[in-house]
Ligand binder design. Structure first.
Ligand code: NAP
Length: 448
C-alpha cells in the first residue's frame, strides 16, 4: 500500500478521532485513501470541495434496540444498525449481517466499501450496510422470524425502494429476507418489491441472485487470468467459508474446469482431493445448517481438519469467501510459496493489508473484494430493475448480464490503474474508479 499523500493524511487523522475504536472502519478507509494520492493531485477540485471528508462521514447512522421473545418465553435484546453512507449515485444499497461480532465499526467498514463497489458496477445505487449482533446459529425458525419481525418494526421507516434497499450478508439468506419482507409488507400495507433484494423466486426475487456473488468472483478471476493468456481450466482452487459466496464460487469454478479441493467454516476445514461435491455441500450447509465436519462424515474422499488454516492446502487459485481479516501475512506467504497465481476476495476485506502486500510483491494477480464480489450487489440492482418493470428474466439472460457486468468492473479497474500509473494493480484501480464516479456526482449535487 502506498504511503498516505499529505493531502489525505490529515483527513485520515480526523477519521481516527471521530470514530474511536472502530478498527475495521479505520482499516477500510486507510486502504482506500492509500491509493488516492495521484487522484487528488490531479483533481484539486475534490480537495477544494471537501469530498474526502464528506465521503468518510456517513450521511446517517441508525442504532436501535431489537427486543424479541425466545422459544422458552425469555425476552432477548439485541442491537441493530443501519449506516446510510452515501446516496450520490442512488438509493442506499447494501446487505444486513447477523453475527455476534457485529458492531458499528464493522457496519461502517462494510458500508464504506459498498460505496465504491456499487459505483464500480456502473449501476445507479448508493452505499449502505446494516446488521445486528444477533446470532442465528442454533435458533429455531420461529425465533429467527420473531427477531426479523422486531427488527423490521423499527427499520421499515427508514427504508423504501427510492430510499434504502437492504439485502443479505453473513447470517442473512433467503429465510431471513422472507421474514423481513413479510413484516415490511404488513406494516406499510404496500407490496413494494424493490425495498429488499435477495427475495425468493416466488415473490419477486431474481434468478441468479443466490449464485451471483460467488459466480461474479469467479468471472472476475477468469478476466484477470485472461490478461496473462491463462484460464481457470485445470487449476487447483481453495475456497474459504462454506456459506452463500463460497458455495457458488466453488460451483462456478468447477463449471469452468477447475478442481476445488477445500473449503471451511469457523470450526475448521475439509480437504477433498477428489474435488468438492457441491450437492453434498449444499445439503450440509443450506438444508441441514450443519458444521462442515458433516461433509467429511458423508464423503469417503474428504478429511476434516479441526481448527487450523485452510490456506495451508496448496492451490493455484485462492478465493477467500468467509469474513474480514481471515487471511494474514503468514498465510499469504504460505500460499505464494505453494505457487498461488491468483487471489480474488469473495468476502469483504478477507486479506489483511500485510497479506495484500505479500501477494502484490509476489506478482500474484490480486482482486480486492469491492471489485471481485460486486456481482452480488449488481444482481440485486438487476432484481430492482425487474421489480420496477414488473418483469422476471430467465436464468440464462440474468447470468449473461452478470457476466457482462463483471467484465465491465474488471475493465474499469484495469483502465483506472493504468491511467494513474499502476498498471495491473486492481486495488488501486478499483478504489480510483469507484471514488472518481462518486466524487463527480457529489460535486454536481452541491454541498448536501
Ligand atoms: P454466509 O452465507 O453466512 O457464510 C459465511 C461463511 O463464512 C460461513 O461458512 C461461516 O462459517 C464463515 N464465517 C463467518 N464468520 C466467520 C468467522 N468470524 N471466522 C471464520 N469463519 C467465518 O455469508 P456470505 O453471504 O457467504 O458472506 C461471506 C462474505 O462475503 C462476507 O464477507 C460478506 O460480507 C461477503 N459478501 C457477501 C455477499 C452476498 O451476496 N451474500 C455479497 C458481497 C460480499 P460459520 O458458519 O462457522 O460461521
Amino acid at each position: 500500500m502506498s504511503h498516505l499523500d499529505p493531502l489525505l493524511a490529515e483527513h485520515y487523522e480526523t477519521v481516527l478521532q471521530r470514530n474511536p475504536g472502530e478498527q475495521e472502519f479505520h482499516q477500510a478507509v486507510l486502504e482506500v485513501l492509500g491509493t488516492l494520492g495521484p487522484v487528488v493531485r490531479k483533481h484539486r477540485e475534490y480537495v477544494d470541495a471537501a469530498i474526502i471528508e464528506r465521503i468518510c462521514e456517513p450521511e446517517r447512522q441508525l442504532i436501535f434496540r431489537v427486543p424479541w421473545t425466545d422459544d422458552q418465553g425469555q425476552v432477548q435484546i439485541n442491537r441493530a444498525f443501519r449506516v446510510e453512507f452515501n446516496s450520490a449515485l442512488g438509493p442506499y444499497k447494501g446487505g444486513l449481517r447477523f453475527h455476534p461480532s457485529v458492531y458499528l465499526g464493522i457496519v461502517k467498514f462494510l458500508g464504506f466499501e459498498q460505496i465504491f463497489k456499487n459505483a464500480l458496477t456502473g449501476m445507479p445505487i448508493g452505499g449502505g450496510k446494516g446488521g445486528s449482533d444477533f446470532d442465528p446459529k442454533g435458533r429455531s425458525d420461529a425465533e429467527v422470524m420473531r427477531f426479523c419481525q422486531s427488527l423490521m418494526t423499527e427499520l421499515y421507516r427508514h427504508l423504501g425502494e427510492y430510499t434504502d434497499v437492504p439485502a443479505g450478508d453473513i447470517g442473512v439468506g433467503g429465510r431471513e429476507i422472507g421474514y423481513l419482507f413479510g413484516q415490511y409488507k404488513r406494516i406499510t400495507n404496500r407490496y413494494e418489491s424493490g425495498v429488499l433484494t435477495g427475495k425468493g423466486l416466488a415473490y419477486g426475487g431474481s434468478q441468479v441472485r443466490t449464485e451471483a456473488t460467488g459466480y461474479g468472483t469467479v468471472y472476475f478471476t477468469e478476466e484477470m487470468l485472461r490478461t496473462r493468456g491463462e484460464s481457470l481450466s485445470g487449476r487447483r482452487v481453495v475456497v474459504s467459508g462454506s456459506g452463500n459466496v463460497a458455495i457458488y464460487a466453488a460451483q462456478k469454478a468447477i463449471q469452468l474446469g477447475a478442481q476445488v479441493v477445500a473449503c471451511s467454516d469457523s470450526s475448521g476445514y475439509v480437504v477433498d482431493e477428489a474435488g468438492l461435491d457441491i450437492d453434498l455441500l449444499r445439503q450440509v450447509k443450506e438444508v441441514d445448517r450443519a458444521r462442515i465436519s458433516a461433509y467429511a462424515d458423508e464423503r469417503g474422499t474428504a478429511e476434516f481438519v479441526a481448527g487450523g488454516s485452510v490456506w495451508d492446502v496448496p492451490c493455484e487459485v485462492a478465493l477467500p469467501c468467509a469474513t474480514q481479516n481471515e487471511l494474514d501475512g503468514a498465510e499469504a506467504r504460505t500460499l505464494v510459496e505453494n505457487g498461488v497465481v491468483a487471489v480474488a476476495e469473495g468476502a469483504n476485506m478477507p486479506c489483511t493489508p500485510e497479506a495484500v502486500d505479500v501477494f502484490q510483491e509476489g506478482g500474484v494477480l490480486f482482486a480486492p473484494g469491492k471489485a471481485a464480489n460486486a456481482g452480488g450487489v449488481a444482481t440485486s440492482a438487476l432484481e430492482m430493475q425487474q421489480n420496477a418493470s414488473r418483469d422476471s428474466w430467465t436464468f440464462a439472460h440474468t447470468e449473461e448480464r452478470l457476466r457482462d457486468i463483471m467484465a465491465g468492473v474488471h475493465d474499469r479497474c484495469a483502465t483506472a490503474a493504468e491511467e494513474y500509473g499502476s498498471p495491473g494493480d486492481y486495488v488501486a484501480g478499483a478504489n480510483i474508479s469507484g471514488f472518481a464516479k462518486v466524487a463527480d456526482a457529489m460535486l454536481a449535487l452541491g454541498v448536501v
